[in-house]
Design a protein around this ligand. Structure first.
Ligand code: ADP
Length: 237
């Protein structure tokens, strides 16, 4: 579904991704975890073909990433690509049209996704007056509209209060139950434990990869932060 091999990406002199390989298994929630600046967003962008690789190869749905792949995936970027002058409903309507939804199906999906992200009572509000968290939720709703099988979510829960965050994670698990595959980035460590598998990213390298339980066992630590600390201190496993 999504695979990257020996990916390197440099911006001028700075090597942001350093010979990194990643592969998503169908039906899993894969968490890309790492501190700010570790390269998560850059990795997402190269996997989508939005940034050119310096080295390596990416296969999205078995082929080189292209714009047509966006019809088959739900992408939520780190910065909200919303129209602030439009209302919540108008934004949903716009993105539903782009995704080719028509007639009754369009209306039904718009209402369904608004409910999923708890914005059903804010449909008539202009996005200009939305909080940062509401914008994140609307961006997520836009990514959910066309019921894709692959979701690529860059920091979907940043700036959200714990209750909404919890409900979005429940939603991700529900999507997975319905057959979706999800790659999600976060720097919030407690979200690690909600993923089936995680990749720990530091300075553009994948430090470790596996299920949260396996990682804790392999590294003999009580929490995932400790793996980052150990690697920083140069402790060999
Ligand atoms: P993260 O998502 O983990 O916070 P990013 O992928 O956004 O990390 O950034 C990783 C590094 O790449 C940072 O040092 C950032 O400044 C740099 N970077 C990202 N995008 C660009 C760009 N377009 N031009 C130059 N440097 C960039």
């Amino acid at each position: 579904m999504l695979k990257g091999e020996h990916i390197s990406k440099a911006y001028k002199e700075q090597l942001v991704l350093n010979d990194l390989s990643i592969s998503l298994a169908s039906g899993e929630i894969y968490g890309l975890i790492g501190p700010s600046g570790s390269g998560k967003t850059t990795l997402i962008k190269v996997l989508l073909g939005l940034e050119k690789l310096t080295k390596g190869e990416v296969a999205l749905f078995g082929r080189k990433p292209s714009i047509s792949a966006f019809h088959h995936l739900g992408y939520m970027a780190q910065s909200d690509a919303l129209y602030e002058e439009l209302t919540c409903k108008e934004n949903l309507d716009f993105f539903a049209t782009i995704q080719g939804l028509r007639g009754r199906q369009r209306k039904e999906r718009m209402m369904a996704v608004a409910k999923m992200v708890h914005l059903e009572n804010d449909l008539q509000k202009r996005v200009l007056h939305f909080s940062g968290g509401m914008k994140r939720r609307l961006s997520l709703a836009c990514a959910l509209l066309h019921q894709p099988k692959l979701y690529i979510l860059d920091e979907p829960t940043v700036g959200l209060d714990p209750i909404i965050r919890q409900s979005l994670w429940s939603l991700f698990h529900q999507l997975k139950t319905e057959g979706a595959t999800i790659i999600v980035t976060t720097h919030v460590m407690d979200e690690v434990y909600r993923c089936d598998r995680v990749g720990l990213l530091q300075s553009g390298k994948l430090l470790a990869e596996g299920s949260p339980d396996d990682l804790l066992q392999t590294y003999q630590v009580d929490n995932i932060e400790a793996i980052f600390m150990r690697e920083e201190e140069g402790v060999q496993c």
